[in-house]
Design a protein around this ligand. Structure first.
Ligand SMILES: C[S@@+](CC[C@H](N)C(=O)[O-])C[C@H]1O[C@@H](n2cnc3c(N)ncnc32)[C@H](O)[C@@H]1O
Length: 207
């Protein structure tokens, strides 16, 4: 079986051309995220895709590292972000980033429903954030309004039409984020079934 990044390599050019689905909601998420930035903020965005959000935010922070595991997505991101001095792109998963507590803000946009192990991803974010750091995410919670995907998803995945998508509800997502050692500061969902935007602040883990 091919590596999961092969799917994203294959669709990278098409993904780069697709417009943002809900421009008003996207702008709102950018604005809210910026309230957590200062000119010194060190930001990590994992699964940055073709770099759209990274290029929006990088000019107003101290340093912005944007990572993804797909070489195809990163090639487009690098060419788009070429003029932005404090923006670096790196091919990596969260587990491959060494050390701890080196970022003030971490973004994971349209990714938590795609990762193999949600709890491990949240633990990695916790490891890499400073005490009191902030985790910003936007996630489709498929169980809430897209239950039908439980049947269609695996078939589409086998045919190479979709990536593997995890099914969970908004309540389950919030519960996992809190259990991973975060306090939820802000929630926004433009309408039922749309991606859930969450800003969560790092607190000490219970276990
Ligand atoms: C739906 S796209 C979202 C891209 C971007 N964050 C956005 O909002 O447009 C998902 C991205 O996650 C990347 N990705 C998926 N699983 C990943 C993983 N385990 N580690 C790193 N990147 C991953 C894919 O290569 C793809 O670029």
């Amino acid at each position: 079986m091919s590596h999961p990044s092969a799917f994203w390599d294959r669709i990278a050019k098409r993904y780069a051309k697709s417009p943002v689905a809900d421009e008003a909601a996207y702008r709102h998420k950018l604005e809210v995220t910026r309230q957590y930035f200062t000119p010194d903020t060190r930001v990590l965005e994992f699964a940055c895709g073709t770099g759209t959000t990274a290029i929006e935010h990088a000019p107003i922070v101290g340093h912005y590292l944007a990572t993804d595991f797909s070489a195809g997505m990163l090639e487009i991101a690098r060419s788009r972000g070429a003029g932005v001095d404090n923006l670096a792109f790196e091919q990596a998963t969260l587990e491959q980033l060494p050390g701890k507590a080196c970022f003030d803000v971490i973004l994971g946009m349209s990714i938590l429903h795609l990762v193999d192990d949600l709890d491990d991803t949240l633990a990695q974010v916790h490891r890499l954030l400073v005490a009191d750091g902030v985790f910003v995410s936007s996630t489709i919670c498929m169980s809430d309004r897209h239950g039908w995907f439980r049947l269609v998803g695996p078939i589409g995945h086998r045919l190479g039409l979709f990536p593997r998508v995890r099914m969970f509800s908004r309540d389950q997502l919030e519960e996992r984020i809190q259990a991973a050692g975060f306090h939820i500061d802000y929630r926004y969902q433009p309408s039922p079934g749309k991606a859930v935007f969450i800003v969560a602040r790092r607190v000490a883990r219970e276990n």
